[in-house]
Design a protein around this ligand. Structure first.
Ligand code: DC
Length: 239
């Protein structure tokens, strides 16, 4: 894309805040890349999966029927989730570790599949972009939440490789479990995220697709950062 073409798109946005979206399945590397990219650019990071996870904790604690759409909507409306640096606060309580537990991870599909919860969380996510340049990661950031984003990426990797990465991550944290179970959990989550009717996980038409299977994190970051910086350069000196 030439600078001129890019600028025509960027100027058409409602806000001059820049948003970079990074979507893709679990284990594709998007969380780490988003965090590092945000650090490099000095922009705000939005881990939208953490928001869905935090609302899941609230729902489990409230013992509401996870398929009761009305109850989930009411719960999301009275819940506060804040992302502060590396911490996730649910109604003021630090749930950073709890949201990564297996039980919470497995239950997120109900929360992520709730239209009312999604409406609420999309509102929070868009609010976060009002005062900040943003690097945001999730499943629907480029398609639904920020369709006008300045730069969109969709990261993938083979299921085998993603399972290997997740298993290694768990092992490093001292959590014992077989790679087969990790692979099955990832595969189930992929299926649920990609097949749901509301905001399914998929690349935006204008997203840059990166298969990270055979790439290390530095290579992915370099690829993404150079693309973002090239587009920023276009913005700053369009000629
Ligand atoms: O990225 P993650 O694994 O922390 O996300 C947790 C779950 O939340 C995931 O299974 C899908 C869902 N999710 C979503 O539906 N939309 C987002 N923007 C982010 C996450």
């Amino acid at each position: 894309m030439s600078c001129t073409n890019f600028l025509l798109e960027a100027v058409g946005t409602s806000s001059m805040r820049f948003v970079v979206t990074i979507d893709g399945p679990a284990g594709s590397g998007k969380s780490t890349i988003a965090r590092r990219l945000a650090g490099q650019l000095g922009w705000r990071l939005l881990d939208t999966g953490a928001m869905y996870r935090a609302v899941t904790v609230a729902a489990l604690r409230a013992e509401i029927d996870l398929e009761d759409e009305k109850a989930l909507g009411e719960l999301a409306a009275r819940t506060t989730v804040r992302l502060l640096d590396d911490r996730v606060l649910l109604d003021g309580e630090d749930v950073t570790t709890l949201i990564r537990s297996v039980d919470v991870t497995r239950a997120t599909k109900y929360i992520a599949g709730s239209p009312r919860v999604r409406t609420q969380l999309v509102e929070w996510q868009r609010l976060a972009s009002e005062d900040n340049h943003l690097v945001t990661e999730g499943r629907d950031q480029g398609t639904v939440v920020f369709p006008e984003a300045f730069c969109k990426f969709y990261l993938t990797a083979s299921l085998e490789e993603r399972a290997r990465r997740r298993h290694e991550e768990f092992t490093t944290k001292g959590q014992i479990g077989s790679i087969e179970i990790v692979r099955k959990d990832l595969s189930d989550r992929d299926d649920g995220d990609a097949s749901r009717t509301i905001a399914p996980m998929k690349p935006a038409d204008d997203a840059i697709l990166i298969d990270t299977t055979d790439m290390d994190l530095d290579q992915v970051l370099t690829r993404i950062e150079s693309e973002v910086r090239a587009r920023l350069q276009c913005h700053n000196s369009p000629s």
